[in-house]
Design a protein around this ligand. Structure first.
Ligand SMILES: [Zn+2]
Length: 340
C-alpha cells in the first residue's frame, strides 16, 4: 500500500510518501480501507520527536474509511461498513479500562502517536475501535470528529462539569478543539467568549454560536473578559494554547473558577503564581483524550447533527507535507484533512 512515513524526526521534509507492506489482519482485528485522516497538532509534535515513537512510523490519529474484512473472531462487522475509528488503543481488561477510564490504561496508546496511524491506505484495529457512521456523513467530516470532540467533551463535561449558567472562555476558536468546545458549550446552554487572530475567524466563531469574540492581536483578553462579565471573570477557561495565552487565561477566571487544559501549542513552560492559585481558590485540570464511553456519548450528538464537524480544507495523501506546513502556519478554521 501507499503510506506516508517518517524514518527520522524533524521538519515537514521527513514525511516520505512511499510503498510499504500491507498490514496483516489478526483474528481479533478489523481491516479498514482508510478514506480520510484528519491532522491534529499531535501529528506535528510526533513528527518533531516524542518518546515512545518507533521508527519508521505512520502518523495520523483521526481516521474514517470502509471495512475491508473482519478477523475470524469478529462476527458483527460486515465488509463495506462505513466507519470512523476511535483513536485510542487500550487493553480492555485492566482496572482502569473496566472502570471506564481507558485513558489511564497502562497500555494506553493513540493511533499515529505510539502506534501506527492513518496516513496510509489500510489499517487494522481492534473491534472496539470500529464505530459505524450514518449514511448522511461523508468520510472527511467523520475523520474530523473523534480526537477533538472527545477531548473537548471530556474537558468540559467530564472535568469542568459545565452547566447552562456558566460563562466559558474558549481560547483559539479556529482550532479543532476550539470549534468543538464552542458548539458543546452552546448545546448545553452556556455563554461563550472566544478568541482568534483575525475577523474572518471571529465571524466563523460567531456562526458556530459564540456570544462574544476577542481579537487576541488587537485586544487584551482578560480586559475584554472583565468588561463582558462586569468584572466577575469566567466560570471556566478552556485552554490548549499554552505559553502565549496562559497569563491572560488565569487573569480571566472568576474567584473559584476552573481552568482545564489539553495542550500547549505555543509552548509548555508557563508560569503560575501560587498565591493566585490559592487566594483566588482556582481549580485546574489537565486532560488527555477521554474515555471510550465519552467518545460514544459525544458521537451521538454529532450523528444527530447537534454538533457539527468543522473542516477547513483537504489534501491528498501524497501532499501530507503541505498539509503539515499549512497546519503549522495556523491559518485554518477547523480541521485539515488528508484524503486517500
Ligand atoms: Zn486497560
Amino acid at each position: 500500500m501507499k503510506a506516508v512515513r517518517i524514518h527520522e524526526f524533524g521538519g515537514p521534509e521527513v514525511l516520505k510518501y512511499e510503498d510499504v507492506p500491507d498490514p496483516e489482519l489478526r483474528k481479533d482485528h478489523v481491516l479498514v480501507r482508510v478514506r480520510a485522516c484528519a491532522l491534529n497538532h499531535l501529528d506535528l509534535w510526533v513528527r518533531k520527536g516524542l518518546p515512545g515513537v518507533k521508527l519508521p512510523h505512520i502518523l495520523g490519529s483521526d481516521i474514517s474509511g470502509e471495512v475491508v474484512e473482519a478477523g475470524e473472531y469478529i462476527t458483527d462487522v460486515k465488509p463495506g461498513t462505513r466507519v470512523l475509528l476511535s483513536p485510542m488503543l487500550f487493553c480492555n481488561h485492566c482496572e482502569q479500562c473496566m472502570n471506564a477510564q481507558q485513558n489511564f490504561c497502562p497500555q494506553f496508546a493513540v493511533l499515529g502517536n505510539n502506534a501506527d496511524g492513518g496516513n496510509c491506505e489500510l489499517i487494522t484495529v481492534p473491534r472496539a475501535n470500529v464505530i459505524p457512521i450514518p449514511e448522511s456523513m461523508n468520510f472527511v467530516d467523520a475523520a474530523s470528529v473523534p480526537l477533538v470532540f472527545l477531548t473537548a467533551w471530556h474537558m468540559l463535561i467530564g472535568k469542568a462539569a459545565l452547566k447552562p449558567s456558566d460563562t466559558v472562555l474558549v481560547l483559539g476558536a479556529g482550532s479543532g478543539v476550539g470549534s468543538a468546545a464552542i458548539q458543546i458549550c452552546k448545546m448545553i446552554g452556556a455563554q461563550v467568549i472566544t478568541t482568534a487572530g483575525d475577523e474572518r475567524k471571529l465571524q466563523r466563531a460567531r456562526e458556530l454560536g459564540a456570544d462574544h469574540t476577542i481579537d487576541h492581536y488587537k485586544q487584551n483578553i482578560s480586559d475584554e473578559v472583565k468588561r463582558i462579565t462586569n468584572r466577575r471573570g469566567v466560570d471556566i477557561v478552556f485552554e490548549h494554547v499554552g505559553v502565549a495565552t496562559w497569563p491572560e487565561s488565569i487573569k480571566s477566571l472568576k474567584y473559584g473558577g476552573t481552568l482545564v487544559t489539553c495542550g500547549a501549542t505555543t509552548g509548555y513552560d508557563a508560569r503560575l503564581d501560587l498565591r493566585v492559585l490559592f487566594a483566588r481558590q482556582l481549580t485546574m485540570f489537565g486532560t488527555y483524550m477521554g474515555s471510550q464511553g465519552e467518545l460514544l456519548e459525544v458521537l451521538k450528538h454529532v450523528f444527530s447533527g447537534k454538533l457539527k464537524p468543522v473542516v477547513d480544507r483537504t489534501f491528498p495523501l501524497a501532499k501530507t507535507r503541505a498539509a503539515h506546513e499549512y497546519l503549522a502556519d495556523g491559518e485554518q478554521f477547523g480541521k485539515v484533512v488528508i484524503t486517500t
